[in-house]
Design a protein around this ligand. Structure first.
Ligand code: P6P
Length: 337
């Protein structure tokens, strides 16, 4: 019964103590993310009805066609957050460089920075498959009162103050952590309120779902090829199920609720596809806070020292036993070379 469930607003107020050192700024940041999420959710759910799907004709820094909804979601989150003078800087997948929040002294006096992928999985939009927004919040390291600098954004994931995602699926959910566990809120679009629907989400230690684009199989490291063959063998609780939506948020959300692993391996020519700062680190923070594990195949994702805004890393994230199994396959393959 919705009347019995806490709203996101009530939950934030009740857990204000989690936002340590915050004089309400982080609560205000969450409220602006909540507002932007509702606006984007409304537009995404109407996408099939109005002419805003399909490529906008421009390409983002990743060389990917910018879907019109990508551009729209990016503008909504940036404008909603900048207009509330809460952060001093923003990095977005859709912007080549970081955005300094002008607002005169006011902007520079804010102590938080936001990194985001405003609409992840946007290639799914015009085929009516779920997409998501991913966000990550840090405290600035440069002096308050001065303009934000690149080093503010190049912090390791362990410095995150908060992280979360919005999944625009069969329903719109906001899932976040501030380092005190993971909680999920579902939007009732009729009244525009998010209700606590998934308290204290826990990643099952094991699972039988693996999520990877097997179309890239020939380019995978040998250890990943060996792991995929392991998943497909008839033995014990295997073969596992292969589930890959092509939307990181959707695959990770399902795996967190049911158990499973998401993999985006490196290839000979690339470090994979996923971006460390605004995809891997926030999803890793949530994964670890829910009791899972997130690795680049060798090291903890959140301990990687970033060197550039849009750098990519191999990404293995999910049920801890499955991620550790993949790490073993990778190290065994290296030893057998
Ligand atoms: P591929 C979407 O572009 C994304 O960043 C993730 O959401 C998704 O899991 C992955 O890329 C899909 O990439 O190469 O398998 O199409």
């Amino acid at each position: 019964m919705e009347g019995n469930s806490k709203t996101l607003g009530e939950f934030i107020i009740e857990n204000q103590k989690e936002f340590k050192y915050s004089s309400g700024e982080l609560s205000r940041l969450f409220n602006s993310i909540k507002l932007a999420a509702k606006i984007v959710s409304h537009k995404v759910n109407k996408a099939g009805l109005v002419d805003i799907i399909g490529g906008a004709g421009e390409k983002n820094i990743q060389g990917e066609d910018q879907q019109k909804l990508d551009v729209y979601a990016n503008e909504v989150f940036i404008k909603t957050i900048i207009n509330r003078q809460i952060v001093c800087g923003i990095t977005s997948e859709e912007n080549d460089d970081f955005i300094t929040v002008q607002g005169g002294d006011n902007g520079n006096n804010n102590k938080y920075i936001l990194l985001m992928d405003p609409l992840d999985g946007s290639s799914n939009i015009d085929v009516n498959v779920s997409v998501g927004t991913i966000f990550s919040v840090y405290r600035r390291i440069s002096e308050v009162g001065t303009p934000v600098i690149l080093e503010d954004f190049l912090q390791p994931g362990i410095n995150q103050v908060a992280a979360g995602y919005i999944i625009y699926g069969t329903s719109t959910m906001l899932v976040y952590t501030t380092g005190h566990g993971v909680n999920g809120f579902t939007l009732n679009p009729a009244i525009g309120t998010f209700y606590l629907s998934h308290p204290k989400i826990k990643f099952p230690e094991d699972g039988n779902i693996y999520s990877v684009n097997e179309g890239n199989y020939v380019h995978f490291p040998q250890g990943i090829k060996n792991y995929i063959k392991f998943c497909q063998q008839e033995e014990g609780d295997r073969p596992y199920s292969s589930r890959y939506i092509g939307s990181l948020v959707s695959d990770m959300h399902r795996n967190m609720l049911k158990g499973g692993i998401y993999m985006y391996p490196s290839t000979k020519s690339t470090n994979g596809k996923l971006r460390l700062l605004y995809e891997c680190n926030p999803m890793a923070f949530i994964t670890e806070q829910a009791g899972g594990k997130a690795s680049d195949g060798v090291s903890r994702i959140m301990e990687i020292e970033p060197t550039s805004l849009h750098e990519r890393v191999p990404f293995y994230s999910g049920s801890i036993n499955m991620v550790e199994k993949v790490e073993n396959f990778i190290s065994e393959a290296k030893l057998s070379k």
